[in-house]
Design a protein around this ligand. Sequence first.
Ligand code: BDP
Length: 776
Amino acid sequence: GDGYDGSSMWMRYPRVDDPGLLRRYREAISTVVVENAGRNKAHRHTPNLTMATGSAERLVETTLEAARNELTRGLGGLLDRDVPVWSDRGGQVPDGAVVVGTRDSSTVVRRYVSARDLASVGAEGYLIRSVSRGRHEVTVIAANTDVGALYGTFAFLRHLQTQRPIANLNISGSPKVEHRHLNYWETERLYAGNDELGDGGLGGETGAIFNFAATGASAHLNLPVILDRYIVAARALASVGITGITINNVNANPVYLTRAYIQQEAALADALRPYGIRLAVSANYAAPLDQRFAPDTLTREQLDPTSTEFQGWWNRRARELQAAIPDFIGFTVKANSEGQPGPQDHGKDHGDGANGLAAAVAPLGMTIFWRTFVYNPDVDTDRLKRAYLEFAPIDDEPQPDGTRGRFADNVFLQTKNGPLDFQAREPIHPMFGRMENTNQAIELQITQEYTGQGTMLTYLGPMWEEVLTTDTYATDRQGRLLDKRRVGNIVDGSAQGHRDTAVVGVANLGNADNLTGHHFSQANLFAFGRLAWDWTLDAEDIATDWVRMTWNNRDDVVETIVAMMMGSWEALVSYQTPLGIGHQFEFSNPADHYGPGPSVWFGNDDWSPVHYNKADSVGLGYDRSPTGSDLAAQYFPTLAAKYGDIDTVPENLMMWFHHVPWDHRMRSGRIFWDELVHRYQMGVQYVTGMRHTWDALEPYLDARRFAEVRAKLAKHEADAADWRDTCVNYWQEFSGRPVPVDGGPLSITIDVGGRTFGGFDLSAASYPIPVAAGAS
Ligand code: BDP
């Protein structure tokens, strides 16, 4: 693509538009030097793997080739001239060389970067330095491994894409978390190109980017051909440091374990491997019953996870996978959750189940990611308490050797950020900090299931920043507060000394031209990767980088778009589920989890909005304080006390923990009813503000993407208003109070983590840029 269809994502590399900067970049950069790029050839199971016809690209065979190609492509674009690869083996590297490598691969790196300096950045980190020798100025991108060199390459390109100065570079980076994975629910919750032909997917257009099932002319993944789009995705993921993908839905179809599929998975793994991306598969606990594996099938009785039959069966599948994919990660498992089979069907618990699979794959060096998204409609009145109740005792169980915790070392418990299900705002999951003896991965949702799907412009960076920086108030066994105890510290291991660490994001890639459907959904993939690498990064800085890389570098344009993005999530919370109310979504195709349904009852509590809102003449919200379900008690004491008391609970979580009386006095001075209506109003008006602001940006943006976002914003605004009207009208039946008619505020500002965004003056006739952050 030309970059104006979004198909290059944030790797567009247009010519640097600031003439002074372009001159300085051109002076500093002349050639690319990647010595020994062809060594360390990545394993190929599929020797004749090729790119689809029409592709300009050849498949790279090594990680250093990927780095070299990215540099020539990126620098060539940004500098708008050829930046050749230097190939003269004998001579000294030329002035202006950009050198990439490790101390093993590169004599230049060896000359300029000491082993000691490199040791500080670890296996996947990098150093970027300007060095000079005589009149020679050289930029060195150095790492301990080839993949570290690739990450450094992308960091260097990002530096130029965001137009930072190139003189005297001394940059380093290294990830805080080891496993930075995507889960790809290939048949569910895709909002990027889902059934674009409108024929129910019959045209092979299912929306999945990696489509294993398709055959014939429209097949996406057809051995041994790899589409360019997979490589764009691989580059995008490598650019933010993603290390693995579980490629199929957690509601797992065992077909992904069959030989025919493994062959295709191997081809995909071959193509992604040079980019440092490994594959995993979601496993269905009862797959051994599946006749597609005949004669290697088990009986129901043999599904006991402690049995040698069960472990042997999974060991055989894992061996087959490893034979084709030597760096295969392991399995992601959703068991005894939403109707999926699991160990409890055989009288065993989650510890037995996870450990049974873990034992089967441990000899192969593989890992089990066991999800904790469990709830039991038969016994739970408040399903949010279920995960902690099931998993905490196993984590705490005394072992024969005197230690605690039954989960095996190669098991991660994978837990969603909040206890319900990826709602736009939830409190943190009470398990964070509670799994002292078990590896714990956090699962975030990048695909916008509950946050506007393919229509609403919702930047999720601030949400993840809120989650990861939330204080758990975790204590040690003696009840003393830990020093480092934010969710991010729990996840990166610094809180409780965990060595194995993981962040997982439910991905939003699809088969749309721009890979994510909404152009702004690309920002969520970008932000997820950056935060998975380093959760202490600032969501606004990440947005700023993304806008500069993806749209343009005019400061006033950048500030304007970033300001829109930064308030967009809080605005969505406001018009959908303000003040901590949970799950108010209707559940009717095709609008699943998109539109409002506050009055709906589905025949059981699990997913019914009326169960979550508990609207009555007294007030609104779910009592999870000590007078109610007491979910609050699952948190560490300080947080339990804070959440459990209506006077100390943060207002943005008030209805999560309390049934709030309509006339409760809020911090704004308004009564709760008035505040509630005000929130709905503000959310919608923020969207109106975004639409107007976007219109003002027309002269500065490319026509195609401008128009596509503009059309989405119009629908976004209408749908946000529908949320407000549907909900406010329904609540009014219970509150019996008039809707406050102050006309709403004229200047809309949204508070994100103590910072103010918006400042849209809706009384003005026109909305000239800049609408800068904080202006009001
Ligand atoms: C729910 C989704 C469903 C997933 C489930 C899960 O609606 O598609 O299968 O979560 O995470 O939010 O297992």
